[in-house]
Design a binder for this molecule. Structure first.
Ligand code: PGA
Length: 299
């Protein structure tokens, strides 16, 4: 295949905007120039990359696949640029970090410390759930990821640096708050507010109950820890969340952690990057700060 980087960039823009016109505006090109490049790319690939249904443009299966490679290649080009900058002795650098929603409670403190040490750095920060973090790793769109449980079947380097206990929370004054060593069978009679599918907390919780032979029922799903904490506080049900999300709620005495048998579910936080990734000195510095100093910084 005789594909140019320029064609891939144009393809990426069309795939992102799902519109030739908007991609053309974004790239400061004319619309016919964009559609000609896509036509040439499609003829190289030998298959259509987009299909139109009604007024909407969609990626075909071939388009979806090509997009993964196109993003990887652009990320590699950005990395190449960084490395060249470094060789040129430039002080400034760029760092793209993605963290799990739940890790955000402490990750900003780590970034704050990092920024103090390397103030010229241009930091890109994404807070998202486990599923999207896996996508970041897969498409090489983040230099480093902070997540619970490293991905299986993916070539990554993962090092754990912090505990992540999951606890059961109840509103103040709930009848179970006075009970010690609550058996799991009692939890079965309660209703729970759960994180969305794709969340690492949710997966860990489901695995835990599956292994224990008990099951719990959910009244509601929410995609943010804050929302769960507030819903529990409002008496809508019990919740299972990471201890990291509770600092404020416990300090303000808004919620209580229940004493449940086999809890907390002990998980860990990992710093993860693709195996073989060429780490710039800035990335290595961030890695060192997280692995060596996180406990001190977060104390
Ligand atoms: P999450 O946290 O629930 O915010 O996705 C990630 C994890 O705990 O693995």
């Amino acid at each position: 295949m005789n594909i140019t980087i320029r064609q891939l960039q144009i393809f990426e823009a069309v795939a992102q905007h799902l519109s030739y016109t908007r991609a053309a505006e974004f790239l400061f090109l004319s619309q016919p120039a964009v559609s000609m490049q896509i036509k040439q790319l499609e003829s190289e690939v030998g298959m259509p990359l987009f299909e139109r249904m009604g007024k909407k443009l969609f990626l075909t299966e071939a388009g979806d696949e090509l997009l993964i490679y196109a993003r990887n290649i652009s990320q590699q080009l950005v990395e190449l640029n960084d490395v060249m900058d470094e060789i040129r002795g430039s002080e400034r650098g760029r760092l793209t970090i993605a963290v799990a929603t739940t890790a955000n409670y402490f990750a900003l403190k780590l970034l704050g410390e990092f920024y103090q040490r390397y103030s010229g750095t241009n930091i890109n920060f994404d807070v998202t759930n486990r599923e999207s973090l896996l996508k970041h790793l897969n498409e090489n769109t983040a230099d480093m990821v902070i997540m619970g449980r490293p991905p299986e079947g993916m070539d990554v380097e993962a090092t754990s640096f912090l505990d992540n206990p999951l606890v059961v929370i109840a509103p103040k004054g709930h009848s179970l708050t006075k009970q010690k060593a609550i058996p799991l069978s009692v939890l079965q009679q309660e209703t729970f507010i759960m994180r969305e599918r794709g969340s690492g907390t949710r997966i860990a919780m489901e695995n835990f109950f599956e292994e224990s032979g008990y099951s719990i029922s959910s009244v509601m799903e929410m995609s943010s820890n804050e929302a769960i904490n507030q819903a529990v506080e409002a008496g809508l049900g019990l919740g299972i969340v990471s201890q990291h999300t509770l600092e404020l709620e416990l300090a303000l005495d808004r919620l209580e952690v229940l004493d449940v048998v086999s809890f907390p579910i002990m998980r860990h936080w990992y710093l993860v990057h693709r195996k073989g990734k060429r780490l710039t000195s800035l990335m290595s510095a961030f890695k060192r700060l997280v692995l060596d100093d996180a406990l001190k910084i977060l104390k």
